[in-house]
Design a protein around this ligand. Sequence first.
Ligand SMILES: C[S@@+](CC[C@H](N)C(=O)[O-])C[C@H]1O[C@@H](n2cnc3c(N)ncnc32)[C@H](O)[C@@H]1O
Length: 256
Amino acid sequence: MLPFDNLEGYRDAEAYDALNDLDETMEGKFFLDLGNLSGGPVLDVACGTGRLTIPLAQQGHDTTGIDITDEMLEAAKRKAAELNVSINWVHADARQFELGRTYRFIFTTGNSFQHFLDRESVDGLLRSIHRHLDENGVFAFETRNPILSRLAVDDDSERDSGSWEDKEGFQCSSTYLRKYDHRKQLEFYKFTNRRWKAGTDVTVTEENFALRYFYPQELESLLYYNGFKLEEMYGNFDKSVFQADSPLMVCVCRKR
Ligand SMILES: C[S@@+](CC[C@H](N)C(=O)[O-])C[C@H]1O[C@@H](n2cnc3c(N)ncnc32)[C@H](O)[C@@H]1O
């Protein structure tokens, strides 16, 4: 569907971790509280490097993490081993997985929900999750609020998306350009990544990336027709009321 590999940015798991700290007061607290309330077993779908999988397992829950990108999963395994945390890591496509068991708490975070770009992919994801959810289980995820005044602006200026030092001591930085396709509800990013060390040339690589946006009623329908009822939709991880300028749609669902 896309003329580029949308997972390319996840081949460098170290850079992902350098740029994505866990906000323990908001995102971390939200998923840990919900996980503890629902109880295990816990399934983290598109778990990446285990940013949330590991803290959930550290709460004592029987925890599984699935992801499609080997590099992210390998980093997750290394981190869990260093911390002596036992987790069932599975390499799988979230659109069609079968683990042969059910879970009381299933979640997907880091805006992973926006990686399912078309209806077939979202249906596949939701059906797979539905099959694995206990009758009384909870499924939670967040996706960015499609604020049109922000999405509609075709931005010609390069924006900063962070800098870090890699394990070989190179300085790395990344900038991006973005535009929005209103028909497909896809936001396209073009990243330019630079890597250098004192006395060496700057090397430049480019990377493309697309994210899907969902509108509130569209999201509710997708959930409904895949067997879920949307119990809560918050505007952020602090459980604030969802409104026009909320950054996120934080959804808590059960089987209907
Ligand atoms: C933004 S990262 C989020 C990772 C992690 N949940 C976190 O919060 O740090 C998105 C993750 O989704 C994974 N992913 C994308 N498409 C997937 C698919 N079809 N099946 C499984 N994982 C997928 C990527 O490999 C990547 O690890």
